[in-house]
Design a protein around this ligand. Structure first.
Ligand code: SAM
Length: 321
């Protein structure tokens, strides 16, 4: 846990604080009640912290991934617009979904909220993340209506392998792919390459869609641009959308939703209305999420930087001085 000089904050010396370095000149600090796990895996430092304000949170290499109090804002919006868009209406029953990354289980929980989904494959490279979520994040790693852990759902399957290798070996197509990857540094960088999106295109069924964690038009504009343009070079229809988050820089994060042609902003109202238990997703928030400010849309008209330059900038942005 990164210690802040608490006396600068006028706080007592015996408390623990986590500081997430949003940028090397912007720090975000939250009080920590207990460190529930801290382990160095083969890929990253994995922490689970218990905080008074946001509940339990997963932190990888010092970057907050998700927190119990607000994670639904992100996980509902990376899943439901793709499954409730009008273009998915004619999909056959028994839809299949693949999540690459997403080891906290939040996206899987939201996909399982759809009764016509017959299979969810969760592929996270790091078994330590899966173990931490399964053992210490029961409010995220759970079935949609809170009736037991994800593992109790026969539709749910976990694979602790690299997402690219998994895609190369896929035999049966999917209706939805969710790329819930960390930022383009470390093991996550390869999940931003054009080749990766082409592999996804190759495993999608007709009417399928891919939803991707897409940076922030404000805090990570180069990631926002890169994901949009890489997807656009593979898919005929790509639209950015926004979601609420308390723990990512700025409170609003961007996702990108790509389809084989249908407009993802068009809502299947009946299907959206059948979803129960959502805190952030509705037919209205589905439609409004795709309305981004002009400053964001103008960014997408610019050419993106190369992936290695984007990775280097993200590293520099959050590097300690
Ligand atoms: N929502 C978070 C965000 O926006 O940064 C991401 C959450 S999830 C915890 C990110 C996961 O991606 C991590 O658990 C990490 O282990 C996994 N990951 C990174 N690279 C991967 C790869 N090549 N294949 C599969 N999973 C990968």
């Amino acid at each position: 846990v990164s210690e802040v000089r608490v006396n600068d904050l006028g706080l007592s010396d015996d408390e623990k604080w986590l500081t997430d370095r949003w940028a090397n000149d912007i720090l975000w600090t939250i009080r920590v009640r207990r460190v529930l796990r801290e382990v160095q895996s083969d890929y990253q430092r994995v922490q689970v912290l218990d905080t008074p304000r946001l509940g339990r949170m997963l932190v990888l290499d010092g970057n907050i991934q998700c927190a119990e109090a607000d994670e639904a804002g992100y996980h509902e919006m990376i899943v439901h617009p793709a499954l409730c868009r009008r273009g998915a209406r004619d999909q056959i029953a028994g839809r299949r979904a693949l999540i690459i990354g997403g080891g906290d289980g939040g996206a899987a929980r939201e996909i399982l909220r759809h009764p016509d989904v017959s299979r969810v494959d969760l592929v996270d490279i790091d078994a330590e993340v899966i173990r931490a979520a399964r053992e210490l994040l029961p409010r995220i790693w759970q079935r949609p209506h809170g009736d037991g852990p994800l593992d109790d759902d026969p539709r749910f399957h976990v694979h602790c392998v690299d997402g690219i290798g998994f895609l190369e070996a896929v035999k049966e197509p999917y209706d939805l792919v969710v790329v819930d990857a960390s930022d383009p540094v470390g093991p996550g960088a390869q999940l931003y390459a054009e080749r990766f999106y082409r592999l996804i295109r190759g495993v999608l069924r007709d009417g399928g869609a891919v939803a991707v964690q897409g940076g922030s038009f404000w805090y990570l504009p180069e990631v926002f641009k890169l994901v949009y343009h890489r997807l656009s070079s593979v898919f005929p229809m790509v639209k950015p959308l926004s979601c609420f988050t308390a723990v990512y820089p700025g409170g609003v994060w961007n996702l990108h939703l790509a389809t084989l042609g249908d407009d993802p902003a068009c809502v299947d109202e009946a299907r959206a209305a059948r979803l129960s238990g959502c805190q952030f997703y509705s037919a209205e928030t589905h439609a409004s999420a795709f309305v981004l400010p002009p400053v964001a849309m103008e960014l997408l008209e610019q050419e993106p930087l190369a992936l290695d330059e984007v990775s280097a900038r993200v590293e520099r942005l959050t590097a300690k001085d």
